[in-house]
Design a protein around this ligand. Structure first.
Ligand code: TXA
Ligand code: MG
Length: 380
């Protein structure tokens, strides 16, 4: 139990106490799940593990609960939520129709880390979708999320359970760090497995577009969805608010982070030079790096958060947000990191999150007189 500020708005308790409840991630206990489901039914806010990241759940059709959710996260009202459901038949009440391609994708990837954007039915409060006429929906695979959805028998709106723009939580302790005293309950089911948020696929455009890359990759979707492509980020910025999760400043540590990109040798040289420069300037330095690069920096007085083997996309994705949070908690002046060398399958999602976490992306190769490839350093 974690004591918290007193507020009279909670539907579950008179004071807003955030209760941390441990659950077996594979076979969650009935009583704990029933209590969490009851809390949601009464308009409370419950954080729970999904296979991607922890979500902060609220009854999706309860406008007051949804408003509390936005408040608790400090999330701007213009950023729409994903509705989580237990089964495909619950989707029909939330949308104007389920296109054939959505059924195909659901059959293949649900439950799982794929979110589908469909046309919104009138039953969905506009607060959930930030006034858009579309709604994002997914069936999560995590046994705790599934048990909760089945027990509650509600559509549950659940953004990632972090404060707005902070890295998403992959452990219950991350949720507690951000939201203690602001939400009613956290179901602690241990670390999440995927580690980055679901793929968001918009099926309301022609051709369909991936708004956010995730574990269900573009390459895999292309085998089932004719013409599907990544949304053009520059177009997204110009067109305003199609998917605010695509905005550059998101998932960021509070400490400014510089991201170096290029081949392994130039990244290694850039990291070393960056660390030396920052240390010489009297700054406290953190490094986010795969094991190979980390090994080359170990003799220096820096805080290193290691991401594991450089060729292990799953491992890096699973560890990324926890590593960012560790560095953020270490009272540093600057974080230096490096891009991943690939851009296919899960690598695309990892690269996307790294770029959004970074205050600055620097292509050292382009600094050279011979100008070997890449654009000039991009301030973010
Ligand atoms: O893995 C996940 O998706 C996690 C877990 C908890 O399910 N949830 C999550 O939610 O990441 P959130 O709110 O942090 O991110 C939702 C993303 C945002 O980028 C949002 O803009 C986009 O989905 N989104 C939601 N509704 C949308 C809509 N109608 N049209 C376009 N984008 C939408
Ligand atoms: Mg989020």
């Amino acid at each position: 139990m974690h004591a918290a500020t007193s507020r009279a708005t909670s539907s579950c308790t008179l004071r807003v106490m955030t209760e941390l409840v441990r659950v077996d991630p594979r076979r969650p206990g009935r009583d704990e799940i029933a209590r969490a489901a009851d809390c949601l039914r009464r308009g409370g806010l419950v954080a729970f593990p999904t296979e991607t990241v922890y979500g902060l759940g609220a009854h999706a059709l309860d406008r007051a609960a949804v408003q509390r959710l936005f408040e608790a996260k400090g999330r701007p009202a213009g950023d729409p939520l994903i509705i989580h459901v237990a089964a495909l038949d619950q989707v029909t009440a939330l949308v104007t129709g389920v296109p054939e391609v959505a059924r195909t994708l659901a059959g293949r990837f649900w439950p799982g880390p794929l979110t589908l954007v469909l046309r919104r039915a009138a039953a969905v409060p506009p607060e959930v979708t930030a006034g858009l006429d579309t709604v994002a929906i997914r069936i999560p695979a995590h046994p705790v999320a599934r048990a909760l959805l089945e027990a509650a028998q509600l559509p549950i709106a659940a953004p990632s359970a972090n404060l707005f723009s902070r890295p998403s939580p992959t452990r219950a302790s991350h949720v507690l760090d951000d939201l203690d005293g602001r939400i009613d309950m956290i179901l602690d089911g241990g670390p999440t497995t995927v580690g980055v948020e679901s793929t968001v696929l918009d099926l309301t455009t022609d051709p369909p577009q991936v708004l956010r890359p995730g574990a269900i990759s573009l390459e895999v979707l292309q085998t089932l969805v004719p013409g599907v492509r990544m949304r053009d980020r520059t177009a997204a910025a110009g067109a305003g608010m199609v998917s605010p999760g695509l905005l550059p400043q998101h998932y960021s540590p509070r400490t400014p982070m510089t991201l170096y990109r290029g081949d392994a040798a130039s990244v290694r040289a850039s990291l070393l030079a960056g660390v030396r420069d920052a240390l010489a300037a009297g700054r406290r330095v953190g490094v986010l790096a795969t094991s190979d690069h980390a090994a080359a920096l170990r003799h220096l007085p820096v805080v290193i958060a290691e991401l594991g083997p450089a060729d292990d996309a799953e491992g890096i994705a699973a560890r990324l947000y926890a590593a960012l949070r560790e560095l953020d908690a270490a009272q540093l002046d600057v974080i230096l990191a490096h891009d991943v060398p690939h851009d296919e399958h899960l690598w695309r999602a990892v690269r996307d999150r790294l770029h959004r976490a970074a205050a600055q992306v620097t292509d050292r190769a382009s600094d050279r007189p011979e100008g070997r490839g890449g654009p000039a350093p991009t301030p973010r």
